[in-house]
Design a protein around this ligand. Structure first.
Ligand code: NAD
Ligand code: TDX
Length: 351
């Protein structure tokens, strides 16, 4: 089986690519990534020489490039993660999110449709990786199920909702074999330090303020990134076509409590007196349209396919903190902005 993973140099994509390359030596895995600020080939340095793995630099917004690639490579399946993924960036530049998340997805769907039409038994699946943010915000109770109506509030979630609708439309209209999953907030190694947990981790290490939007009372449902990758693998292989699965950790935390826990873990690991890091917490202006609460009901995934998270939040956060402390070069590289150019040069020189 020849599988195209898009966005494989990003946070979740790199964990999924590693899992697929190592677990399925008989598969050929291509990783298509534009290497935006969020894409980093250093995330995959441990598998870059595997014979069943190939990196392809390219932009999913470029329809001609995507069509040529699909015709040349005759993929059997696509797992689509490439996206602009940061809500705050979507508030300052919505159009970039429309281009990548909507137009880019439709380009991939068109290319997949051509392969499927030409040889229906050879193109088996288009797996679209999406987010719980498409469902909007919850009040103090309730959970998102697969039946919850879409109600996106940010330009990011609106673009992801739109891409989900296109994926379903290609299933209903053209019979394209699709699967969608909507996951809650991920955390773990290789998370770009613009998102809450890695941003605060980096700032604690460097004794900088920890910016908490509003009063820190917004609630997210956190899942360790490797558990998301495991869920995608299971859904990719076992889900019925046309189905949607919610993925989540049953692990709701207010932002302020997450950051307090992180501060306590890092007080110990950095040998600072208890309470030192909490003093860095700084309340700042709230995010516009800030969703109050997300919570995923992942009961269907457990019932149908037997998936449950493998680590608790405390275990996952400890693993994450240890990874960042052991990989401060990674953090320094991505915060210096030199890394994309550096790794691109390395790659071009070696090919
Ligand atoms: P990320 O920002 O870390 O990585 C995105 C990757 O896509 C990067 O490697 C980037 O270079 C690549 N990319 C961006 N634009 C591209 C383009 N035009 N062409 C080709 N490649 C391009 O994102 P992430 O957090 O790993 O998220 C991956 C996917 O999972 C996204 O679709 C996101 O919506 C979804 N998701 C993320 C979370 C989360 O908590 N991070 C939760 C649920 C769903
Ligand atoms: O500096 C900050 N201060 C702060 O209080 C940042 C960056 C965030 N926050 C808050 C906003 C959110 O309530 O923390 C919470 C988490 O924020 P992010 O890490 O930006 O994630 P979120 O907006 O919840 O979206 C994430 O989860 C769903 C991912 O970025 C998305 O790609 C995914 O789809």
């Amino acid at each position: 089986m020849k599988i195209l993973i898009t966005g494989g140099a990003g946070f979740i994509g790199s964990h999924l690519t590693r899992l697929m390359v190592n677990k399925y030596p008989g598969y050929t895995i291509h990783n298509l990534d534009k290497l935006t600020y969020a894409g980093n080939l250093a995330n995959l340095s441990d598998i870059e020489n595997n014979t069943n793995y190939k990196f392809i630099k390219g932009d999913i917004v470029d329809a001609e490039f995507i069509n040529d690639l699909f015709i040349r490579e005759q993929y059997n399946a696509v797992i689509h993660l490439a996206a602009e993924s940061h809500v705050d960036r979507s508030i300052s530049n919505p159009l970039e999110f429309v281009m990548t998340n909507v137009i880019g997805t439709v380009n991939l769907l068109n290319a997949a449709k051509t392969l499927y039409k030409n040889n229906p038994s050879s193109f088996i699946k288009f797996y679209h990786v999406s987010t719980d943010e498409v469902y909007g915000a919850l009040g103090e109770s309730g959970m998102f199920t697969e039946e919850t109506s879409y109600d996106p509030h940010s330009p990011y979630s609106a673009s992801k909702a739109s891409s989900d609708h296109f994926v379903r439309a290609y299933h209903d209209t053209y019979g394209l074999p699709v699967v969608i999953s909507n996951c809650s907030n991920n955390y773990g190694p290789n998370h770009f330090p613009e998102k809450l947990i890695p941003l605060c981790l980096n700032n604690i290490i460097n004794n900088k303020p920890l910016p908490i939007y509003g009063k820190g009372e917004n609630i997210r449902d956190w899942l360790f990134v490797v558990d998301h990758a495991i869920a995608i693998d299971i859904i990719f292989h076992e889900a019925k076509l046309g189905n949607t699965y919610n993925i989540g950790g049953h692990n709701e935390w207010t932002n302020i409590d997450v950051i307090r826990l992180l501060c306590r873990i890092l007080d110990k690991k950095l040998n600072r007196p208890e309470g030192t890091n909490e003093k860095l917490i700084t309340f700042v202006t709230d995010r516009a349209g800030h969703d109050l609460r997300y919570a995923i009901d992942a009961g269907k995934l457990k019932k149908d396919l037997g998936w449950v998270p493998s680590v608790t939040f405390e275990q996952g956060l400890e693993l994450t903190v240890d990874w960042y402390l052991d990989n401060q070069n990674w953090l320094n590289n991505v915060t210096s902005g030199n890394y994309a150019k550096y790794y691109e040069k390395q790659y071009l020189n070696s090919n």
